[in-house]
Design a binder for this molecule. Structure first.
Ligand code: PEP
Ligand code: MG
Length: 296
């Protein structure tokens, strides 16, 4: 089987009836790039940028971030690299952010909520991302979205960042921008969100936690955490359909995307992208190239 998988390197991620799937890798650190290349990922679907913040004792500067994003973009040599803006809070605490203690951090000030309440942190990251975008195929995605208002506010801030870079004569490019669908609210209003963004990436880890009201950190709840729950599957279908109606693509970057018992079903549902840990790339490619969607 291992040998068989090795033979799949260099093959396109295309079904027998010709649908191209974006089969991308999830990474948390540029050290992971070697395994991304080794496993022949067609791109990076989730670069968890918060690790840049977590491994430091103070905020990473624009220059530090720029160098990291640029390295990823250049290493991937034209392949798409989707960088998620910081997702601090909840299970990922970072002392120098000096966050208030919360009783319920998973439902607290995390991810985009920090970025929108402390825009100076957000702006620094966006400047670094837009600058790095001129060195490769970078896309940006925003985590923990729940409303149209948040997406519009993000748009205002990115337009300001763009104006600023332009006025300063600094080299930049405007990347494609998408959002994570990882709250039930975002899934349910995905018809309203789709026209505002370039793509959707479904974060099934949080979507499951918030939909089933099961703390993803609490292993004692495993028996109540049905990751194949029909509520999740129906939401994924709804999100994909709403994406397609607006002419954008939709993928899955949560753990569920790597579940090979579901790959054929996801393809049949119209999922356009699967972003998984590098070691899962070839097993999923095997299923993609053996699937005939006209015959499901
Ligand atoms: C998710 O929630 O499914 C996801 C991909 O993001 P994270 O696991 O980093 O919260
Ligand atoms: Mg998440």
């Amino acid at each position: 089987y291992r040998k068989l998988l090795q033979q799949l390197k260099g093959r396109d991620n295309v079904t027998l009836d010709g649908k191209h799937i974006r089969l991308y890798a999830n990474i948390g650190n540029i050290k992971d790039l070697a395994t991304v290349i080794q496993n022949d990922a067609a791109g990076i679907g989730l670069f968890r940028s918060e690790f840049i913040y977590l491994e430091r004792s103070d905020f990473p500067t624009e220059e530090e971030q720029f160098n990291i994003y640029k390295t990823v973009a250049q290493t991937m040599a034209g392949r798409e690299v989707i960088i998620r803006t910081l997702d601090i809070g909840a299970d990922k605490q970072c002392d120098y952010f000096n966050m208030d203690k919360e009783d319920n951090p998973a439902m607290g000030c995390r991810a985009i909520r920090i970025c929108l309440t402390r825009p100076e942190i957000f702006r620094t990251q966006l400047r670094a991302l837009f600058r790095a975008a001129s060195y490769g195929n970078i896309a940006v995605m925003y985590p923990m979205i729940t409303s149209v208002r948040e997406v519009k506010r993000i748009k205002e801030i990115t337009l300001q960042v763009e104006d600023e870079l332009k006025a300063q004569g600094i080299q930049y490019a405007v990347p494609k921008q998408g959002i994570m669908i990882e709250t039930p609210a975002a899934a349910i209003i995905s018809d309203e969100l789709a026209p505002l963004v370039d793509f959707f990436s479904i974060g099934t880890n949080d979507l499951t936690q918030y939909t089933l009201a099961v703390d993803r950190q609490n292993t004692k709840l495993d028996e109540f955490c049905d990751v194949h729950h029909p509520a999740i599957m129906r939401m994924i279908q709804m999100v994909v359909d709403n994406a397609h109606k607006a002419g954008i693509w939709a993928g899955i970057c949560g753990e569920l995307g790597a579940d090979t018992t579901l790959t054929r079903q996801f393809l049949a549902m119209g999922v356009d992208e699967l972003s998984v840990s590098p070691a899962r790339i070839l097993p999923i490619r095997k299923i993609i190239v053996e699937t005939d969607l006209s015959n499901i």
